[in-house]
Design a protein around this ligand. Structure first.
Ligand SMILES: Nc1ncnc2c1ncn2[C@@H]1O[C@H](COP(=O)(O)OP(=O)(O)OP(=O)(O)O)[C@@H](O)[C@H]1O
Ligand SMILES: [Mg+2]
Length: 178
């Protein structure tokens, strides 16, 4: 089994993928780590601009020979990967704002990430690039609870996960900024 765990920064990809990897004994491929090894084109302040083609090729090389693996990272929605399922972690914008503020992100960075969450950026791209995409709402749940839900889905013990819609939040944000 190979899975992708993607989503907006702060939705819990690293925490959730660590738990699943530990519980299932599957290899964990972190796109951030792979990108560091020769896929960063340039740095803009603290932000790193990644060559997506190189990142995909490097990820495919790392996947070789691994029957079971979890690929984790927000850039995972940007291209096709040979996975059985792509899970998109979602978080209600108000809760995501709190998580990102806790990290000390500047206001502009929080805003960009919240907008991307409200516009379903990772879900839409994942659906363009992968056939089996599932959304998982992490709001009000611990990383452990979210991991268990994903594992139960993979084991066929639950048949469906979530379908989020932050339209109301998006409308409110748009009105506030007019
Ligand atoms: N339901 C949840 N699932 C996952 N993480 C959660 C959850 N609730 C709170 N958190 C917290 O949210 C924070 C963000 O988690 P994490 O670093 O795993 O996100 P990420 O998606 O990997 O972010 P990035 O893309 O920046 O690497 C952590 O402090 C984590 O403990
Ligand atoms: Mg992470």
């Amino acid at each position: 089994m190979r899975i992708l765990i993607t989503g907006t920064p702060g939705t819990g990809k690293s925490s959730v993928s660590s738990i699943i990897s530990r519980r299932k004994g599957w290899a964990l491929l972190r796109l951030k780590d792979i990108a560091e090894k020769g896929c960063v084109i340039k740095k803009e302040g603290k932000e790193k601009i990644v060559d997506l083609g190189k990142l995909r090729s490097a990820t495919l090389r790392e996947l070789k020979g691994k029957k079971d693996a979890i690929i984790e990272g927000h850039l995972g929605c940007e291209f096709h990967l040979p996975v059985d399922f792509a899970f998109v972690l979602r978080t209600r914008p108000s809760a995501l704002r709190r998580r990102l503020a806790k990290r000390g992100y500047p206001a502009g960075k929080i805003q960009v990430n919240l907008l991307s969450e409200m516009l379903d950026y990772c879900t839409q791209l994942s659906e363009q690039n992968n056939p089996h995409v599932l959304e998982v709402d992490t709001t009000g749940k611990s990383a452990k609870e979210t991991s268990i839900r994903i594992i139960r889905y993979l084991e066929g013990k639950v048949k469906k996960l979530d379908q989020v819609c932050w339209k109301k939040e998006l409308r409110k944000a748009a009105l506030l900024h007019l």
